[in-house]
Design a protein around this ligand. Structure first.
Ligand code: GDP
Ligand code: MG
Length: 193
């Protein structure tokens, strides 16, 4: 727990003229090929690839977000193919403060497996960790197999937000990450309403 707090509240200002108020680690979880690597690429580099499995070896990438004037460095971790074995090494989850739980709107199995991924997440992180449920590939309208109602029901049961994205079209990708980062931020610094 202590370790976790320490990691998250790195106040980068200590050195004087420096860059960030916060660094948050967030993880992408979900079945293989739902689009996790492309969501990361879209968000951090505004790129998209057809063949990420062979081209992506990176474990994480950074993106800066500003919320209420605070500079937040978001470190986004990708499973880098490990999820094919239905589990990911503990280091992946260590110190993470939020998760995007991703499924493919055209693959019902990937939706059914969300519970399992969230259970695994909870074995490594505090129970109140912010999560956004993400239905990806919203561009494949004709191939859609998971309805918005089904997904919203699950999100309600899990008490998380739900968003539909397309890494291909860059639709809602930034919003999904920002929704997650905002929940992390406001958990630490409650809104002074
Ligand atoms: P990962 O295994 O979860 O990291 O998934 P990838 O990012 O490697 O994507 C798997 C495949 O789905 C690749 O061929 C991607 O090009 C494709 N893909 C990812 N996101 C989208 C999307 O939003 N729309 C469509 N049509 N294809 C996508
Ligand atoms: Mg991947």
């Amino acid at each position: 727990k202590k370790q976790h707090e320490k990691f998250s509240l790195i106040m980068a200002k200590s050195g004087g003229g420096s860059e960030y108020d916060f660094i948050f680690k967030v993880v992408l979880i979900g079945d293989s090929s739902v689009g996790k690597s492309n969501l990361l690429l879209r968000f951090t580099r505004n790129e998209f690839r057809l063949d990420t499995q062979s081209t992506i070896g990176v474990e994480f990438a950074y993106k800066q977000i500003i919320i209420e004037g605070k500079k937040i460095k978001t470190q986004v971790w990708d499973t880098a193919g490990q999820e094919r074995f239905k589990t990911v090494i503990p280091q992946f989850y260590r110190g993470s403060e939020g998760a995007l739980a991703v499924f493919d709107l055209t693959k019902p199995e990937s939706f059914e497996h969300i519970n399992t991924w969230i259970e695994e997440l909870h074995r490594h992180t505090p129970a109140d960790i912010p999560i956004v449920l993400v239905g990806n590939k919203s561009d494949l309208v004709d191939q859609r197999k998971v309805s918005q109602d089904q997904a919203k029901d699950l999100a309600q049961r899990l008490k998380v937000s739900y968003m539909e994205t397309s890494a291909l079209n860059a639709s809602n990708v930034e919003q999904a990450f920002i929704t997650l980062v905002k929940s992390i931020f406001y958990k630490k610094i409650p809104k002074s309403v």
